[in-house]
Design a protein around this ligand. Structure first.
Ligand code: CA2
Length: 145
């Protein structure tokens, strides 16, 4: 059976493709699942994409990943810049963690330049649009091979 990668998404990312398309593009979370599943097929990984607008729910998704996932790709959205709870949860996960941001957070407001999650992530992708998720999947394949 193929290993599962959890692709976790934080607040407001359920609106992807529907609002602020100038910043975040026109692709939706459904498009991201199919892009990542396609790469997953090539590298022998399956994907489970989850999204929540609630910090505690994301912490619980990470706890579930401890039992079910070989790796985590996470876009914590605004919680990147505020959440020690998500960082602490990721520190309990034993596999690789890759952080994705659709926009280039370093080109935006100063408060977006720091991410608590980056301290735990093996790698960070920012500014590649939603392609960043598929790129992270490919790298996850390399890390777990
Ligand atoms: O660039 C990213 O992926 C971010 O993680 C997105 C977050 C933002 O707070 C981070 O600084 C950078 C915001 C996600 C909001 O997503 C929306 C998507 C469509 C419409 C409205 C919001």
């Amino acid at each position: 059976m193929s290993k599962t990668i959890y692709i976790l998404n934080g607040p407001n990312l359920n609106l992807l493709g529907k609002r602020q398309t100038d910043i975040y593009g026109t692709e939706t979370l459904e498009d991201i699942v199919s892009d990542c599943a396609k790469v997953g097929k090539e590298v022998g990984l399956s994907v489970k994409l989850l999204q929540s607008n609630h910090e505690g729910e994301i912490v619980e998704m990470i706890h579930d990943a401890r039992e079910e996932a070989a790796g985590i790709i996470i876009n914590p959205a605004a919680y990147s810049h505020t959440s020690v709870a998500i960082l602490d949860a990721l520190n309990t996960f034993e596999g690789p963690v890759l952080e994705v941001h659709i926009s280039n957070i370093h080109k935006r407001e100063a408060f977006r330049h720091h991410s608590f999650v980056s301290e735990r992530a093996e790698g960070v992708i920012a500014g590649f649009g939603v392609n960043g998720y598929a790129l992270a999947m490919r790298h996850m394949g390399a890390l777990l091979s």
